[in-house]
Design a binder for this molecule. Structure first.
Ligand code: 6PG
Length: 247
């Protein structure tokens, strides 16, 4: 796990964190030389504020026509379900920006079988990869961290953590919705840039362990098993990383 504090920025509150993330994302997309900017989105609560900022303050500033959107994970529910990450991105971002529909790739959940939909998503990812047979490398991967140290839907203790061939697999969460689909470590670690957004006091204990002893943490917390080829940027709010807790 690459956890150099040089890539760690701490913010007073989620609002400032998401505004800084939005500004960094806008710069990366606008400055991107390639034809497509491949952005993988994370789910959950924290990024929703980020997507709303992108949708309002950057709707015109970002050349969305060159962005291709993917998801790092999905809850195995219909896309109109309140817990759906696809639904969350639709209402917080996609309803407010102009991006070609064929450049938006939500994880399917309609087959009634997570493994089948995970395999279908892998085919989508493979079709979008620049070079046939090679991993699709996201230009930017957004990740969060649960208070158990999970990331995407790679929860502690599952055989999905050892998956090195498939790009997307079914997994299970200890909290509902239990059924999940998640990208695997090979896919996550192929990203050129990774931005990990962590907010809230519930994350404090795990975050402290990860930064105090990354090697030990990498045997226990999936987020600490992330070791991308590219750069890792941690954006953390003070509730999750209070200075007082680290003296
Ligand atoms: C999901 C996410 C998940 C999330 C963490 C942190 O589908 O829930 O992909 O990995 O990033 O649970 O969520 P919060 O940022 O909302 O605490």
């Amino acid at each position: 796990m690459a956890t150099p504090t040089s890539n760690l920025r701490i913010f007073p509150a989620p609002d400032q964190l998401c505004r800084a993330a939005a500004a960094q994302i806008a710069l990366m997309i606008s400055g991107h030389q390639g034809q497509r900017f491949r952005l993988a989105l994370s789910g959950g609560r924290t990024p929703e504020l980020l997507y709303r900022i992108l949708a309002t303050e950057y709707a015109a500033a970002i050349p969305w026509g060159k962005v291709e959107l993917f998801w790092g994970d999905e809850r195995y529910v219909p896309h109109d379900h309140p817990a759906s990450n696809a639904a969350m991105v639709q209402r917080s971002l996609l309803d407010h920006i102009n991006i070609p529909a064929n450049q938006v790739h939500p994880i399917p959940t309609g087959a009634g079988n997570p493994a089948s939909d995970a395999a279908a998503y892998q085919q989508t990812l493979q079709a979008c990869a620049e070079t046939e047979g090679e991993l699709l490398r996201f230009d930017l991967l957004l990740l969060g961290m649960g208070d158990d140290g999970h990331t995407a839907s790679l929860f502690p203790g599952g055989d999905w953590l050892a998956e090195r061939a498939a790009w997307a697999v079914a997994s299970r969460a200890p909290v509902p919705p239990h059924g999940r689909i998640t990208l695997t470590f090979p896919m996550l670690n192929a990203a050129h840039h990774t931005m990990i957004l962590v907010t809230g006091e519930a994350k404090q204990q795990v975050l402290q362990k990860i930064f105090a002893n990354p090697t030990a943490a990498a045997s226990r917390y999936p987020i600490a098993m992330i070791d991308p080829q590219g750069e890792v940027h941690w954006l953390v709010d003070s509730a999750a990383w209070p200075e007082a807790a680290h003296r």
